[in-house]
Ligand binder design. Structure first.
Ligand code: ADP
Ligand code: MG
Length: 342
């Protein structure tokens, strides 16, 4: 071999080592991350011995629910009217909507119908928000819509109101401890953070004037992860234009809502127009009460409450500007959780 040929061979080897090898490693990594995190959604099924069940993450305007292996386009009017679609029992009823259990091709789903045309605006706002946030792990899966109705994934464990009862069941005992319960606080703060920094701007979870009401807007997956479900009152704040909000048009009472949500004048009666508007920090005020409900009084909850004392006190600052952001609350929760498990 000539010196020239030898030099050429060394160069090729170097190119192979320095360029191709890292490139191959990067491609393999990208493939692995892409497929394990982005392309499938997994939940542990505690009713089936903790078996992990995965389904593919779907492209826009498609869905996949447990029992399906492939994504399919959202159901449209012809599907709602087909023989494969059956409406079942009424699950809940409010001024705005009727919530029914339904069946489509053997899958249990949920049908939500407008209850009163006076509330069409709220109903359609909820549907618009649900549509906008599809693809997020923090929001119920939409399966399609037709006129004044839409369908969503069925969550057999129901709303977050039930969580303490569910945690008593034997199959969930592995989650019924302080780590699992702080996990619920983390999940809740992550949802609030998602809405405060959402692709559709800073959104406030308005339909939350008392604890039970707040909890009823969120549903539980089989693995007890939480998703936001009722998005009928999610107005937008815009700091750059000074746009603030009021939650509804009625007077708000009680200690659960933030102080700035209450009527501030003693000398005259409430009028909607005179009510000073406020921002997303009302959601922050409510976080400690929701988290406290999750922590309950299991062993270790006193210690965790002690570690959360400072951040929770800050959430309860009278002045909204002094309250932390949802991201700060979330980071503190995660920090305390890390210490608990280490
Ligand atoms: N997809 C669903 N799976 C299971 N239960 C649901 C589902 N959607 C709603 N529900 C039940 O219906 C209740 C009311 O739903 P929600 O969307 O908050 O409507 P509204 O408050 O307008 O009546 C929830 O708290 C929950 O108990
Ligand atoms: Mg509701």
């Amino acid at each position: 071999m000539t010196i020239l040929e030898e030099a050429a061979q060394t160069s090729i080897t170097k190119i192979l080592i320095y360029l191709c090898l890292p490139l191959t490693v990067a491609v393999v990594f990208w493939y692995m991350i892409g497929f394990s995190e982005d392309n499938s959604i997994c939940h542990k099924n505690y009713d089936d011995g903790g078996k992990v069940v995965c389904h593919p993450a779907c492209p826009s305007r498609h869905f996949c629910i447990p029992g399906m292996t492939e994504c399919r386009p959202w159901l449209a009017c012809q599907d709602f009217q087909s023989v494969h679609f059956r409406v079942g029992k009424l699950i809940a009823k409010s001024a705005v909507k009727m919530v029914y259990q339904a069946e489509w091709k053997g899958h249990t789903i949920v049908l939500i119908s407008l209850a009163n045309s006076e509330y069409r605006k709220d109903f359609l706002h909820g549907l618009d928000m649900l549509t906008a946030f599809q693809g997020s792990q923090y929001v119920t899966q939409l399966l399609g819509s037709c006129d004044d109705s839409y369908v969503t994934e069925y969550h057999r464990l129901g709303s977050v109101k039930n969580v303490n009862r569910i945690l008593q069941m034997s199959q969930y005992k592995e989650l019924n401890n302080i780590q699992g319960r702080l996990g619920l606080c983390i999940n809740y703060a992550a949802i609030i953070n998602y809405f405060h920094t959402s692709p559709r701007g800073t959104r406030v979870m308005c339909d939350s004037n008392y604890l039970e009401k707040t909890l009823s807007q969120y549903l539980l997956h089989d693995d007890l992860s939480i998703v936001a479900n009722d998005l009928d009152a999610l107005p937008k704040i815009d700091r750059s234009t000074g746009l603030l909000i009021r939650c509804g048009h009625r007077q708000i009472y009680g200690d659960f809502p933030a102080p700035e949500q209450r009527w501030p004048y003693n000398d005259h009666n409430f009028t909607d127009l005179e009510m000073p508007p406020y921002d997303e920090k009302t959601d922050i005020w409510k976080i400690p009460d929701v988290c406290s409900f999750f922590l309950d009084d299991v062993p270790g909850s006193d210690g965790v409450r002690f570690h959360l004392f400072k951040i929770h006190r800050q959430c309860k600052e009278h002045s909204p500007d002094l309250r932390p952001t949802a991201k700060e609350v979330l980071e503190t929760y995660r920090e305390v959780h890390r210490k608990l498990v280490s």
